[in-house]
Design a protein around this ligand. Structure first.
Ligand code: NAD
Length: 458
C-alpha cells in the first residue's frame, strides 16, 4: 500500500465534509457493530491461535468492550456533538457563548498485541464518532487477529475513511514520517517516546497509552480470601500481559505467608493443579517474551509456580519472593504471569519502593482502613487506581482511562474518547444592540472605571 497516496485520499475525503455528517458516522458505526457480531467466532478463533486466549476472556476484554463503546457512541452522539451553551462573561455583555466540537482530521492509531482486537478498534470507534478519518496499524505479533481487524474494517469503511496498514516497525515508521492531525498510540514507553518525537515537527497532538510498574499494596487489615481472588484474577488474566495488571505486591509483613497460601488456593481454584492443562490460561505471546520472563525466573527466588514450557511459551502463575529493587524482575514492566512480592512494616517502606519507579499506569491498594487507602491514593501520582480490587477501573466508561508521566498522556473511553479526538472550539456570538464604549481608545480617564468593573466581576 502506498502510504502517502492513502493519506492523500483520506485528506480529500475529510475535506469533502462527509465525516461531519452525524448520520453517516452512525451508519458506519452500526455497520461495524453488525460486522463484529457476525465475526464473533472468527475473532475467538484468531485470538486463540495468536496466544491461546480463552473465549470468555476474549469477550470480557475485547469484544464486549468494543461493542459497548459502539453502543455508547450510537446512543450519545447527538448529545456529544451538540453545541454546549456556557454562561457568558459580563465583559462581553450581551453575548451567547458556546462550545462546538470539531474533528481533528486524519488520525493515526498504532496499537499493541496484548489486547489486539480491542486496542485497535476502540480508538477507531471514538475517532470515527468524533468525525475523523483513520489509519490503524495493528500489531504484527498477533497476525490472525490483525488480519481480521483489517478485514472487518474494510467491509465497513472505504479506504479513504478508515484503512488498516499491516506490518511492523518499518510500516509504523513510514506512517510516522507522514503528517497527521492526531496520533493515538498504545504500547511501550520507549516506542511512545519515538511517537512523540515523530509528532513534534508538525506539533501533532498525541495520546500515549503506555505502561509501567503498577504497584499493589496490601495492608494488614484485609479480607484475605477476597483479596487473593481479585489479585489472581487481575494478575493472571491474559497471562499477566495487561498494561494495568498489578506488576508487584507490597504486603504487610505480618500477613505475607497467609497471603501466599491464599493466592495458591485461588490459582488452583481458577486453573486447577496444573495450569498448563487449563483451557482458561493464556500463553506468553512469543519466544522472545518467554525468554525474557525465563531469565527473570532464573535469577529469582520463586515461592510459588515457576514451571515453564518453551515449546508452547507456557509460564505457570508464579510468585517471586522479596526481589532486590535493582534485580531483573524490577527493571522493567513484567508483562507476564510473574508477581514479585515485597513486604512493608511502615509507610516509609512503601514509599521507598513506590517512588523508586516512574509514575505507574495503575495503582491498587487493599485495606479495610479507609484512611490508609485514601492516604495512599492521594500521596502517589498514577494513571488510575482501584481500592480493594484490581483492573476494574477499565470497565467504567465514565472514568477517563490513561496514564501520567512515563505511563502516558491523554485518556479515552466513552465520552472521554470522543473528546480526545475532538477539538473543542469556543464561540462568542456578540449582539449588536449594545456596545459599551469603555474598551475602545482613547483610554484617557477610563482606567478607574475599568478597575472598578473588574473588581465587581470577581
Ligand atoms: P510496542 O511498543 O513494542 O508496540 C506497539 C506498536 O508499536 C506495535 O504496533 C508495533 O508494531 C509498533 N512499534 C514497535 N516498535 C516501533 C518503532 N520502533 N517505531 C514505530 N513503531 C513501533 O508494545 P507491545 O509490545 O506491542 O505492547 C506492550 C506494551 O504496551 C506494554 O508496555 C504495555 O504496558 C503497553 N500497553 C499499554 C496499554 C494502555 O492502554 N496504556 C494497553 C496495552 C498495552
Amino acid at each position: 500500500m502506498n502510504i502517502p497516496e492513502l493519506i492523500q485520499s483520506q485528506r480529500k475525503f475529510f475535506k469533502s465534509d462527509i465525516t461531519k455528517d452525524i448520520g453517516i458516522r452512525k451508519r458506519h458505526l452500526k455497520k461495524l457493530r453488525q460486522e463484529i457480531i457476525s465475526n464473533e467466532t472468527a475473532i475467538y478463533d484468531a485470538l486463540r491461535k495468536d496466544f491461546n486466549k480463552p473465549e470468555f476472556e476474549s469477550y470480557l476484554s475485547e469484544l464486549g468492550i468494543v461493542l459497548n463503546e459502539i453502543d455508547l457512541a450510537l446512543k450519545h452522539l447527538h448529545k456529544w456533538t451538540s453545541p454546549k451553551r456556557v454562561q457568558p462573561s459580563l465583559l462581553n455583555f450581551p453575548s451567547k457563548d458556546y462550545i462546538i466540537t470539531e474533528p481533528y482530521g486524519c488520525v493515526l492509531v498504532i496499537s499493541p498485541w496484548n489486547y489486539p482486537f480491542q486496542l485497535a478498534i476502540s480508538p477507531v470507534v471514538s475517532a470515527v464518532a468524533a468525525g475523523n478519518t483513520v489509519v490503524v496499524k495493528p500489531s504484527e505479533l498477533t497476525p490472525h487477529t490483525s488480519q481480521l481487524v483489517a478485514q472487518i474494517l474494510s467491509r465497513v469503511f472505504e479506504q479513504a475513511y478508515v484503512a488498516t496498514v499491516q506490518g511492523g516497525i518499518p510500516e509504523a515508521t513510514a506512517l510516522l514520517n507522514e503528517r497527521w492531525d492526531y496520533i493515538f498510540f498504545t504500547g511501550s514507553v520507549p516506542v511512545g517516546k519515538i511517537v512523540a518525537k515523530a509528532a513534534a515537527p508538525h506539533l501533532t497532538p498525541v495520546t500515549l497509552e503506555l505502561g509501567g510498574k503498577s504497584p499493589c499494596i496490601i495492608d494488614r487489615n484485609v479480607n484475605l480470601k477476597l483479596t487473593a481472588k481479585r489479585l489472581v484474577w487481575g494478575k493472571f488474566l491474559n497471562a499477566g500481559q495487561t498494561c494495568i495488571a498489578p506488576d508487584y505486591i507490597i504486603v504487610h509483613h505480618q500477613i505475607k505467608s497467609k497471603l501466599i497460601e491464599a493466592i495458591k488456593f485461588e490459582i488452583t481454584k481458577a486453573y486447577g493443579q496444573d495450569p498448563e492443562k487449563s483451557e482458561d490460561y493464556a500463553r506468553v505471546i512469543n519466544a522472545r517474551n518467554f525468554e525474557r520472563l525465563s531469565r527473570i525466573l532464573d535469577e529469582s527466588e520463586i515461592c510459588l509456580g515457576g514451571q515453564q514450557n518453551a515449546a508452547s511459551n507456557y509460564i505457570a502463575p508464579t510468585l517471586i519472593d522479596n526481589p532486590q529493587i535493582d534485580s531483573l524482575a524490577m527493571q522493567d514492566e513484567i508483562f507476564g504471569p510473574v508477581l514479585p512480592l515485597f513486604t512493608f512494616e511502615t509507610e516509609n517502606d512503601i514509599d521507598r519502593i513506590v517512588t523508586h519507579f516512574e509514575k505507574p499506569l495503575s495503582f491498587y491498594v487493599f485495606s479495610k482502613n479507609s484512611k490508609f487507602s485514601k492516604r495512599m491514593t492521594q500521596k502517589y501520582s498514577f494513571g488510575g487506581g482501584v481500592i480493594n480490587d484490581t483492573m476494574v477501573h477499565f470497565g467504567n466508561h465514565r472514568l477517563p482511562f490513561g496514564g501520567v508521566g512515563e505511563s502516558g498522556m491523554g485518556a479515552y473511553h466513552g465520552r472521554h474518547g470522543f473528546e480526545t479526538f475532538s477539538h473543542k472550539k469556543p464561540i462568542v456570538k456578540k449582539a449588536n444592540w449594545l456596545d459599551f464604549p469603555i474598551r475602545y481608545a482613547p483610554y484617557k480617564g477610563k482606567l478607574k472605571a475599568l478597575k472598578f468593573f473588574f473588581k465587581w466581576l470577581s
